[in-house]
Design a protein around this ligand. Structure first.
Ligand code: ADP
Ligand code: ADP
Length: 227
């Protein structure tokens, strides 16, 4: 479970990005933060893995204040997927993914086996695994980004506009695949998007944020559609 307990974030220049955010993300569910650009979605997400520190309130992961955790250890349990996959251009797809288990102590052989396993889960086969990122389509690169986040088998996945940079047809495929994966993996996922349709399609719960990072509503998609 992830808990935001009356969380605020004011950046050093005085910008209030998040104000009084309280909500709970139950284990094994997918919560979406949705709202217009600049409303504090990314800031809220990054407070979960300590990329951003709250100015007030607390963020708890598994009941523990994240400030009491070593960020490196905290992040081993928290995968992070961003809009552009951020792959290493000079490494093949499989090596991009195998880097993660290698860093966690796996042998070269184990790491490649894990990498191939997660690549298969996101729909990428042996042939694509040998390519370099520039030889993949945008949608395929984004799949590699998801595979890399899954390679450490983290219980929590943070996804920041993961599908915004790909065209609408590919986006629909990736959304469908995330739902399929999630029905098997049941990770605790927090996904940020500015697209309300995506939020309603993907979320078990949807947190609607207003400018200034004020929570307007935290509801199931069904509740949102009928309110
Ligand atoms: P969103 O993800 O909803 O687009 P952000 O969390 O990125 O929103 O930003 C929320 C607000 O905080 C915006 O006004 C943004 O300009 C501001 N902001 C984000 N990062 C910083 C920063 N490092 N320093 C100052 N202001 C920032
Ligand atoms: P998508 O619909 O997934 O975005 P594209 O239409 O961009 O895919 O690409 C279709 C096919 O062409 C894919 O199988 C992809 O692997 C291949 N492809 C795309 N760009 C390149 C490239 N620069 N080099 C080699 N193959 C490519």
């Amino acid at each position: 479970m992830i808990t935001f307990d009356n969380v605020g974030k004011r950046y050093p220049d005085g910008t209030v990005a998040v104000d009084g955010l309280s909500l709970e993300v139950p284990t094994g569910t997918l919560t979406v933060f949705v709202g217009p650009s600049g409303c504090g979605k990314t800031t809220s997400l990054r407070m979960i893995n300590r990329m951003v520190e709250p100015s007030s309130g607390r963020v708890l992961v598994g009941g523990r204040d994240v400030r009491d955790e070593d960020p490196r250890i905290l992040r081993r349990g928290i995968g992070y997927v961003i809009q552009h996959a951020g792959l290493f251009p000079h490494r093949t797809v499989i090596d991009n993914v195998a880097t993660v288990p290698r860093l966690l102590g796996a042998s070269r052989k184990e790491a490649r086996a894990t990498a191939m396993d997660v690549l298969t889960r996101v729909g990428l086969g042996k042939e694509l695994a040998q390519r370099y990122p520039a030889q993949l389509s945008g949608g395929q690169q984004q799949r590699v980004g998801v595979a890399r986040a899954l390679a450490a088998d983290p219980p929590i996945l943070l996804m920041d506009e993961p599908f915004s940079a790909v065209d609408p047809v590919v986006r629909k495929d990736l959304q469908d695949e995330l739902l399929r994966l999630q029905s098997v993996l049941a990770k605790t996922i927090v996904l940020v998007t500015h697209d309300i349709d995506e939020a309603i399609k993907l979320g078990d719960r949807v947190a609607v944020l207003r400018p200034g990072g004020v929570l307007a509503q935290y509801a199931t998609p069904e509740e949102l559609l009928t309110s």
